[in-house]
Each structure stands twice: as structure tokens, then as C-alpha cells.
Ligand binder design. Sequence first.
Ligand SMILES: NC(=O)c1ccc[n+]([C@@H]2O[C@H](COP(=O)([O-])OP(=O)(O)OC[C@H]3O[C@@H](n4cnc5c(N)ncnc54)[C@H](O)[C@@H]3O)[C@@H](O)[C@H]2O)c1
Length: 382
Amino acid sequence: MYARPTEEPGTGSRRPADTAFGKPSNGFTVSILVTGGAGFVGSNLAMKMKGDGHRVVALDNLKRRGSELNIARLAEAGVEFVHGDIRNKEDFPSEPFGLVLECSAEPSVTAGYGGDSPEYLINTNLAGTINCLEFARRHASDFVFLSTSRVYPMAKLSNLRYSEGETRFELEGKQPFPGASGHGISEEFPLGGARSLYGATKLASEMFVEEYREAYGIKAVVNRCGVVTGPWQMGKVDQGVFALWMARHYFRAGNLAYIGYGGEGKQVRDLLHIDDLFDLVRLQTGDLETFDGGIFNVGGGKDVSLSLRETTELCREISGNEIKIGSDPETRRADIPVYITDCGKITELCGWRPKRGAEATMRDIFEWISSNETLVKRTLTA
Ligand SMILES: NC(=O)c1ccc[n+]([C@@H]2O[C@H](COP(=O)([O-])OP(=O)(O)OC[C@H]3O[C@@H](n4cnc5c(N)ncnc54)[C@H](O)[C@@H]3O)[C@@H](O)[C@H]2O)c1
């Protein structure tokens, strides 16, 4: 549990939070450093944490195209912004923080392939995360790490048994690996095998989170997120596909294709609304004693999942626009046919489960684009 006096950030004694959702007690707030705080997840969490009464500082190097659009929103919400790079220790604030929310990353699963150097990916997602842990160690900060379902190895995920329905691939109930079932992938899924360079940086970081807990006693939780989406996601082809799909429909921008697995768009992902992720992070940070040391699969689950074809249908229905979708049967490196999060462990521990459905989530993305059309058009159609 965190709740530290504002006048002594990072050094005050712990007091129980007032509510089950970790809202600060009267006069007690925590100071939070959100790394990657201008990104999709970071900016949304930062603003909502600020709304709960905490002092929040967002640090970001603005590498992601479109993150700069969040600076004005952060300022309006009262979140302080530091233009800094987690690869550089000297870019971190000098004062202590009670909590570090590590949301920075090169989040693309294709990074480092196709002639790209993996250097930026490794230096940010691994060395940079270790810098964040060092910051937390120096100031005895609590630590929340946004990891990914991509820590699970590709070959095993690709070899899951699935059937082919009219609009989507469906995981079968009986699977060849532990931790896999018709409900999706749980934390018991085996970790051996290549997982993508991105996934490797995240898994290695998870291991350092564990070591820092053990060696230095910092409290930490790891959330292995499936696809997270919602308003203010600057979707691109290799990351943020649901926001991208809606944007291309909204602006009638076209240039979309079903890529891989025969080019029919039957590949499936679950999707988690950013507000559902916030509900969980608020719960965790309000009672870190309970969640400390936990590694959790976090996603929309089977009930909140879409194939690309189904996504197209929803985008057509919601936007009223129909665009041509191309087809390329060849499967790209690091792609997988179906990923569904089994959230059983986190639900059992604290009762959290996603509340926003797939259609509601896509509608929220539509509303956001339509209310910010001029601002986001260039980024979302580039
Ligand atoms: N969005 C998803 O579907 C999803 C799924 C699983 C895990 N995650 C994880 O959640 C976190 C947030 O992802 P997101 O979707 O908000 O991505 P994002 O790209 O929108 O945000 C990441 C932010 O980090 C910043 N950044 C990159 N390199 C940096 C550096 N060296 N120093 C400082 N800032 C840097 C970027 O400018 C960007 O604003 C990441 O750790 C990602 O791996 C996201």
C-alpha cells in the first residue's frame, strides 16, 4: 500500500489507502513518476492517477510519433512533463518518487528485424528499464512494470490448436502445452524458445524486476499485457492495430490489408480498454503488499476479442464508412494466428476483470477520433 505525505515524497511512512481502489487518504498522496508518460498507456495512466489526487510527473523522449500531441493534455490535467530519455540516468528527476510506473518502450514486435538494428530496442527496453529500477532502488520507490504477452515463445504460440470459423480462428479446449486452453494463455505457459527481440527485452526486464525485489526489497508488480487499446492510441501497422483500423475507416484512408494466414483476416487478439487497465493499476498500487512479486497476464480475455475481419465489420458499422481491405497471404515474422489472455490468476486474486466490451472500446476510439479529427489526422493516416 502506498500513501505518503506530499511534503516528504518518497520518504514518508506507508499508510493504508482509504478505498479499495487506492484513492489517497485525505492529505496523503503519493508522488508518481510515469516513464513513457507521453505514450498511449503512460499518458492515460498519468492523467487518471493525477485525477486521483497524486502528484504525477511524466518522463518521455517523444520517440513515438504522436506522443507529442499528449503534452498539452498532460499539462491541462496538471501532470508535469520532463523531456527525457530513460537510457540516460541524468535525465531522471533528482527528487524521489513513491512509485515508478514503467510505461516507456519501443513497443513494436517487429523492431530489430528487416535490416533494423535492435540497438535502440535493447537500450530502451532493457538497459533503460534497468535505469528505472536503479532510480526505484535509490529512492525505495514501488515499481509497476508494463510487460507483454510477447514474453511467450512464438513457435509454441503458433503451434496452438485452433479451428477455423467463418470469421475467426478459435482456440481449441485441448492444447499441447500447459497454461493453454480454450480460455487462452495463462502464466503457466512455458517460456522456452525465441519470442521476438521485443519479447526478449521484456522478459529480461521482468527478471531484473524480480532481482531488484529480492536484492533491494522494492515492491513490484509485473503486468503481461495483451493488446491494450482505446482513445489516444496513435495506432500504426506494427502496434496499435485496433486504433489504426478505426482511424483508416474514419478518414477513408484505406491502405489496410489482411496480412498472413491466407490473407483472410481471421487472426484474433483480445483487446483491453485502457480504462480497464487503469482500474487494475489503481487497485495494485493502492495495495502493493497484496500484489508485490506478482506476474499477471492481463487482457480482454475471450469475451473481449476480435479477428481482423470482425474488426472491419465493427469499423464499418460504427463509422458508416467502407474501405477496401487488401489481402496478402504471406505470414510475417513474429506474427501469431491467435492470442487470448487467460486472466484467471489476477481475477482470482482481486476480482478484477475487464468491464468494457470490444464494441464499446471501438466506439470510444471512434468518438475520440471524431472529437479530435484535425489534431490526429496526420499521425493516424501517415
Ligand atoms: N499498447 C499495447 O497494446 C501494449 C501491449 C503490451 C505491452 N505494452 C507495454 O506498455 C507500455 C506502453 O506501451 P504504449 O502502447 O503506451 O506504447 P507507446 O509507444 O504509445 O508509448 C511508449 C512511450 O515511450 C516513449 N519512449 C520510447 N523510448 C523511450 C526512451 N528511451 N526514453 C523515454 N521514453 C521513451 C515513447 O516516446 C512513447 O511515448 C510499453 O512498455 C509496452 O511494451 C503495451
